[in-house]
Design a protein around this ligand. Structure first.
Ligand SMILES: Cc1cc2nc3c(=O)[nH]c(=O)nc-3n(C[C@H](O)[C@H](O)[C@H](O)COP(=O)(O)OP(=O)(O)OC[C@H]3O[C@@H](n4cnc5c(N)ncnc54)[C@H](O)[C@@H]3O)c2cc1C
Length: 461
């Protein structure tokens, strides 16, 4: 081992890279990690964490309104975007310092530089031109916003990266995209008082989620006043006197103060020296790896968003940990990518785990669907017309719950716990055997008695 400068060189100090570096170091490996931007990566600096803080901020608007039904008189609330962003930035700086301190405590050497591969065992640091020889390389470079086709005026368009640092809250914003980042930012800006138009090229928002969830969320968002335009794209953006003019594919024009694209993310694989090292890409554009996150080059591994498997922080962390266990802990471990629970912090929130109804019907001979939609109790004294939605997807042969989909307050918190039951292969009978917690919204899950639908492979009932 001593023939190399280090045992492990990690490129990228994001969720996955930091975990892998710390665990490898705990096994006694000499570890160096390079970060070209800020320690913490996307999740901490410009992803999950700042986004959730903005989501919290945006939800006060409804709370102030709803309080009246509960007897409160609230003065005219005012909102200060500059204060929110400054407070958010302070919290992110604190987290970045904590991540750095944890790496230092684990005796991981941090280099603030872009790092590229020179060959299968050599890293070049662009800040200094220095080369480092290493036994193993872990590529954990994440992904970046992808704006799509090069339309006229693309230079006026912001991504989620810039949305976290706008000098002022836009009065009107157009967001293009239908994925979770687009709908989350639509909810954030709407809650904070912006007029929001969401433009999506597909038939409905949240592709890949259960169809009932997509329909329910869309109608809830529209009811709150977000304009959702589907089957259209932004064809051009022009700077005009009063902001920006976005021209849609059907020629409609929308004048706004900001245009944001949340049209997907692409793995950070460019100019990384992958060809020089012999690393291959997969068809999904990410680095091709096996179940142990090993690339075709035996000394080079890749984890997290750069592999474009399931692009979520806990998945990147789990993959990073599994890599370190496998390579430095003598415990070969493959990260398990099945039944990953996930949340969309839209307004209202979405939680999902396992198969959608459509997926289950395509994969299983018999499928039973249980679902309900109801007005959350908190709304009974608030003059807000909103409904929660719960669905259980059950394998009709084994009675196993193979999917759960929730739209409503705290759906993200609920789905984390339902995820345990689904992972343990709970059956519908197991769920039914659980006593309800009353009065809660979650109790609806254990009181779903009537089958809403029953599919059989040959013919749907
Ligand atoms: C707006 C937004 C909201 C999100 N919300 C959620 C959420 O609610 N829940 C969730 O689970 N996930 C969420 N995600 C996804 C989550 O942030 C990512 O899945 C996660 O950060 C991936 O971790 P990673 O380690 O693969 O990469 P990253 O965290 O992206 O880290 C990669 C790091 O590598 C650095 N880097 C890249 N190239 C080089 C180089 N050549 N040399 C040195 N450094 C380099 C980058 O600067 C970056 O810091 C969100 C993402 C975004 C954009």
């Amino acid at each position: 081992m001593a023939d190399h400068d280090v045992d492990l060189f990690v490129i990228g100090a994001g969720s996955g890279g930091v975990r892998a570096a710390r665990i490898a170091a705990s096994y006694g490996a000499r570890v160096m990690i390079a970060e070209e931007f800020r320690v913490g990566g996307t999740c901490v600096i410009r992803g999950c964490v700042p986004k959730k803080l903005l989501v919290y901020a945006s939800r006060y608007a409804d709370d102030f309104e709803d309080a009246a039904g509960y007897g409160w008189t609230v003065g005219e609330p005012t909102f200060d975007w500059g204060k929110l962003i400054a407070n958010k930035d302070r919290e992110i700086a604190r987290l970045e310092a904590a991540y750095t301190a944890n790496l230092e405590r684990a005796k991981v050497a941090i280099v603030k530089s872009r790092a590229v591969l020179q060959d299968a065992h050599t890293i070049r640091l662009l800040a200094t031109g220095e080369t480092i020889s290493t036994r193993t390389i872990l590529i954990a470079t994440g992904a970046a916003p992808y704006p799509g086709a090069d339309i006229a005026g693309l230079e006026h368009v912001i991504s989620s990266n810039e949305a976290f640092h706008l000098p002022e809250l836009p009065k009107r914003i157009l967001i293009q995209g239908g994925g979770y980042i687009a709908v989350e930012f639509a909810g954030i800006f709407h809650g904070l008082g912006s007029e929001v138009t969401l433009v999506y090229r597909g038939e409905n928002i949240l592709r890949g989620f259960d169809d009932d969830v997509r329909t329910h969320l869309r109608s809830e968002m529209e009811q709150r006043g977000i304009r959702i335009i589907t089957r259209q794209t932004v064809a051009a953006v022009e700077k005009v006197d009063r902001g920006y003019c976005a021209e849609l594919s059907d020629r409609e024009t929308v004048i706004v103060d900001r245009v944001m694209f949340a049209t997907g993310r692409r793995p950070n694989v460019a100019q990384l020296g992958l060809e020089a090292a012999g690393v291959h890409l997969a068809r999904n554009g990410g680095i091709a790896v096996d179940e142990f996150s090993r690339s075709v080059v035996p000394s080079i591994y890749a984890i997290g968003d750069v592999t474009n498997r399931i692009n979520l922080t806990p998945v990147a962390i789990r993959e990073g940990h599994a890599f370190a266990d496998t390579v430095f802990g003598n415990k070969p471990t493959a990260a398990d990518h099945t039944d990953v629970p996930t949340a969309v912090f839209s307004e209202p929130e979405v939680g999902a785990v396992g198969l959608t109804e459509g997926e289950a019907c395509a994969q299983l001979p018999k499928v039973d669907i249980y679902k309900t939609s109801f007005r959350p109790m908190k709304m009974s004294l608030a003059a807000r017309d909103t409904r929660a939605f719960f669905k259980l997807v059950v394998d009709g042969d084994s009675n196993r719950v193979v999917g759960c989909h929730i739209v409503g307050p705290d759906a993200g918190e609920m789905i984390q716990l339902v995820g345990i039951a689904v992972k343990m292969k709970a059956t519908k009978a197991d769920i039914d055997a659980v006593m309800a917690v009353h009065p809660t919204a979650a109790e609806e899950l254990v009181t779903l008695r009537e089958k809403a639908l029953s599919f059989r492979r040959e013919a749907a009932e």
